[in-house]
Design a protein around this ligand. Structure first.
Ligand code: SF4
Ligand code: MG
Length: 339
């Protein structure tokens, strides 16, 4: 299916007093209606900055290069006013922190209704009917009554439902959910994920899920983009990433996830070290300082930047790692993960 959102060669650089700070260094992705793309990576990998760029929500000191096409329209060329008409209407965002997304001084029903009136010329009464319907749809019990309650009167999970209702009230083509369940306990997380899947089925929304929770990603995503230091380390279908991961970083992330098929001694809780800031490693592979396989591959990891290269015979699966040319080591990586 034709993607509703396409991002081509996106670069984001922040102008700071200390100089230029790159945050996203050339990524591509696309998502079709009704499909889910998960963007995963540690904090600082550029995943949130990428979504903020799509929403036109970056601060004024951010330089954005590349193309962001929403339904064929190039968003990076729009004026602030044009973007405001699209944001919350054609593309909407759900943050991790529901509390900060809601105004404590207004009832939740009022807030959902206002989000609708911002983009539709309707009476308050009509907007209110719409708001109650959305609150009901996202599973707020007795929605007509609860619409009059204030954010602090809701549990964390119920508040996140309200935020999702507000994001969906204008029937956006694309929903970007940035760590939507991170602040919630595990049972509630599962409910919110199920809700996102249900609304996606109902409305055919394209979902971009930004997450570090691979359990959630495995459950929800169709496609996965693994980001490291502002670049794509690996991308492919959810099966490519979970069963045929080719990049040591992806394998490291997978090692952080409890798996029944990997013996305990091969499991990791974290990958040792921390990611470099994007652009700070100018030559070679940005993962090199943390990679257990760099010595096996040799000099190239230090001298030559690996570019995304298609994996043979595996659809759109691509990885940016020199191991790709050393299949016997790649096979071993796949069996053991990072140690
Ligand atoms: Fe590791 Fe080299 Fe692959 Fe980078 S290119 S992930 S350093 S093996
Ligand atoms: Mg983030």
């Amino acid at each position: 299916e034709t993607p509703v959102l396409e991002v081509h060669d996106l670069h984001v650089t922040f102008r700071t007093e200390g100089g230029l700070v790159p945050a996203v260094d050339g990524i591509d992705f696309a998502v079709a209606p009704g499909r889910t793309l998960a963007i995963v990576g540690e904090s600082g990998s550029g995943k949130s900055v990428s979504s903020a760029a799509v929403m036109g929500l970056l601060p004024p000191n951010a330089d954005v290069k590349g193309e962001v096409l929403l339904g064929g329209r190039e968003l990076t060329k729009l004026t602030a006013e044009e973007l405001r008409k699209i944001r919350g209407n054609e593309v909407a965002l759900v943050f991790q922190d529901a509390l900060s997304a809601l105004n404590p001084y207004y009832s939740v029903g009022w807030q959902v209704a206002e989000a609708y009136r911002l983009h539709h010329d309707v009476s308050k009464k009509e907007a209110n009917v719409r708001a109650v319907r959305m609150l009901d749809l996202v599973g707020i019990p007795s929605a007509a009554q609860r619409a009059r309650a204030y954010p602090h009167e809701f549990s964390g999970g119920m508040r996140q439902r309200v935020v999702i209702a507000m994001a969906l009230v204008n029937d956006p083509k694309v929903l970007i959910a940035d760590e939507p369940t991170t602040a919630l306990d595990v049972t509630v997380q599962a409910q919110i994920i199920r809700l996102l899947e249900d609304v996606q089925t109902e409305f055919g929304t394209a979902l971009v899920l930004i997450s570090h929770d691979l359990g959630v990603v495995a459950e929800v995503a169709d496609d996965v983009l693994v980001m490291y230091a502002g670049r794509a380390a690996e991308q492919g279908s959810v099966k490519d990433i979970f069963y045929r991961a080719a990049h040591p970083y992806s394998l490291g992330l997978l090692g952080a996830m409890p798996r029944v098929d990997v013996p305990p001694k091969h499991r990791l809780t974290t990958i040792p070290g921390s990611p470099p800031s994007p652009g700070s490693i100018e030559t070679g592979c940005p993962f090199q300082p943390r990679c257990a396989y760099t010595e096996r591959v040799g000099e190239r990891c230090i001298t030559e930047r690996p570019v995304l290269t298609p994996r043979p015979g595996e659809g759109n699966h691509e990885a940016a790692c020199h191991l790709g040319r050393r299949p016997e080591i790649a096979q071993e990586v796949a069996l053991t993960g990072i140690q």
